[in-house]
Design a protein around this ligand. Sequence first.
Ligand SMILES: [Zn+2]
Length: 356
Amino acid sequence: MTNPLTPAVLSDPVELTRVLVDIESVSLHEKDIADCVEQVLRAVPHLRVERLGNTVMARTELGRAQRVVLAGHLDTVPIADNLPARVDGEIMYGCGTSDMKSGVALALQLAVSLPEPRYDVTYFFYEAEEIDSAYNGLNLVSKSHPEWLAADFAVLLEPTHGVVEAGCQGTMRVHVSTTGKRAHSARSWRGVNAIHAASGVLDRLAAYEARQVTIDSCAYREGLNAVRINGGIAGNVIPDRCEIEINYRFAPDRDVAEAEAHLRELFDGYEVTLIDAAPGALPGLGAAPAQEFVAAVGSAPIGKLGWTDVSRFAAMGIPALNFGPGDPNVAHAVDERVEIPLIREGAATLHRWLVG
Ligand SMILES: [Zn+2]
């Protein structure tokens, strides 16, 4: 295919967003967009380019004292009859406009147009963020080529509506089980009903007061919720087992082990089985490039409540935050959209930050 990322397109972040959106790139189908991005980056004399699968990265090598990463995923969720992109006044609609080709456009434009940023910059465009982490380009590179990601600070250009969302909360799922004794329901007194016993677990959940934790002036609001319940054998059997699946979203002052210990203490007396967990990430606003970034944005950071790939950076010891023009409330929606003035503002903010 001829590369639609022409110099004219690359010079305008709004037009660049539109053209990137129109290169369809549902997860596991990022080859075309990665080819286009790689070709553009390889033509830039001040960048060194690497590629792994459909993940493309480019770095400046200016010998600056600090290095920052600008990262964005190239994939989108499946399209929903919402391509090509459509502009209506100040709004651009289409799959990926918010999550997160408007963010990718900001990084790509800076990569080609800024030969001498104040920090060395690693521009990282990766595949398969929207699906299982086994395919996630950031995850794969962090394992196979961690040196490509070495940096003092990272900005993930996920949709935040133009504010800084720092860190992220962790997430954990457990099964809390109750046991009883099986019997014929015609002689129910001979058994013990495990579903009835679940009320004890549900009572603890209903009475639970979730923490709100403030770190670096960012508030993280926790949540503890039953998300599924399973029990019962047949219409004439007293059930001997009931399993309540519980999701805990926890502030980043707790690690996974502390979160698990908290749930085991809370559900003391019940069988608790850990299903899966992912750690959160501290806001990490102490690093100088982070403080300069927050100053360039000009508004107070808020805590990120959902789990994002910033925690992969945090796990590598790199403080990271989320900042992007997209509206997170419409990410993955049929009417996914981005406000065009926020693309221009985001471009100006990043430029201000990297020029100093
Ligand atoms: Zn995203």
